[in-house]
Design a protein around this ligand. Structure first.
Ligand code: PAF
Length: 286
């Protein structure tokens, strides 16, 4: 454990298991919040949510190389462990698991976890490596933490469904729950990657959420799914966004498209769009 930190930090699976076992020996319910660090209020709200259904919360900070393509931002992804530890302690977290890549993926590591179903399409069409990397690390983390409940942000809605599917399929006995997206005053979903945005990009970024809300409203009032999606694409381009990877209105439970072309069940609108070199994602319930 790291003594100078405001909360205990463990770096190996054995240390994490021992710390969680000590809580369990005292009958404590355990919550878990996995993160890649560079924490903001969105992450801290997940910790507070976990704290409501658990006596002790462990968070992980691990920038998982397996979920980045070689062209992506692994090297420049912000890393600030001391600050993260301070923020986590303030939000009621009791332990930080911060392993290095060689601990998570030692020489000879050969396992890859692929989840079908909710990982089809959307993010996978543009980041084909992403969910395999996420599923592999999340399976490891869930098994290691052995928590009663784990909280994942709804901002990454497709990821949340993939993780729920993974836990169900592998009989991992941790309840997976979603935490509401936390937004800046102008509606921009909080994200560690927002730090990449220049001032003009940051101004435009705030439009994403509003465009999705308007498109959702159109679909809710009876517009065809394709019409509402097309309108949103146009509105994002007009607002100053670059490439729009997708805008999609899908069934909320499994992200399947609406066969009849109109919303006839609980739905979610999801989008990914670029501002300069930064890719933003967001989603809303209809
Ligand atoms: O959402 C994230 O921060 C990451 O994808 C996760 C779940 C921590 C896995 O690396």
């Amino acid at each position: 454990m790291t003594a100078a930190s405001p909360l205990p930090i463990v770096r190996t699976p054995a240390e994490l298991r021992a710390a969680v076992a000590a809580w369990r020996a005292k009958d404590r319910k355990v919550g878990f919040v996995p993160t890649m660090g560079a924490l903001h209020e969105g992450h801290l709200s997940l910790v507070r949510q976990a704290r409501k259904s658990a006596d002790r919360v462990v968070a992980s900070v691990f920038v998982n190389p397996k979920q980045f393509a070689p062209t992506e931002d692994l090297d420049r992804y912000p890393r600030q462990e001391a600050r993260d530890a301070e923020l986590l302690a303030g939000a009621g977290c009791g332990l930080l698991f911060a392993p290095g890549p060689e601990t998570m993926y030692p020489q000879g590591f050969s396992t890859r976890i692929q989840v079908d179903g909710p990982s089809r399409g959307l993010e996978t069409d543009f980041r084909p490596q992403f969910f395999e990397g996420v599923a592999t690390v999340v399976a490891k983390l869930l098994i290691l933490a052995g928590a009663d409940v784990a909280v994942f942000g709804e901002k990454d809605y497709q990821q949340l469904l993939v993780v729920k599917r993974l836990a169900r399929d592998l009989d991992i006995p941790t309840r997976i729950v979603g935490g509401a997206t936390v937004r800046e005053a102008d509606g921009l979903a909080m994200s560690s990657r927002n730090a990449y945005l220049g001032p003009e990009e940051r101004r435009i970024a705030g439009r994403l959420n509003h465009v999705l809300a308007e498109a959702a409203d159109k679909a809710r009032k009876g517009a065809l799914v394709a019409t509402a999606e097309g309108w949103a694409r146009g509105a994002l381009a007009a607002a100053g966004f670059g490439t729009v990877d997708y805008v999609a209105i899908r069934r909320a439970d499994d992200l399947a498209p609406f066969a009849a072309g109109a919303v006839d069940a609980p739905a979610r609108i999801l989008a990914a769009a670029w501002l300069g070199k930064t890719r933003l994602i967001d989603n809303l319930a209809l």
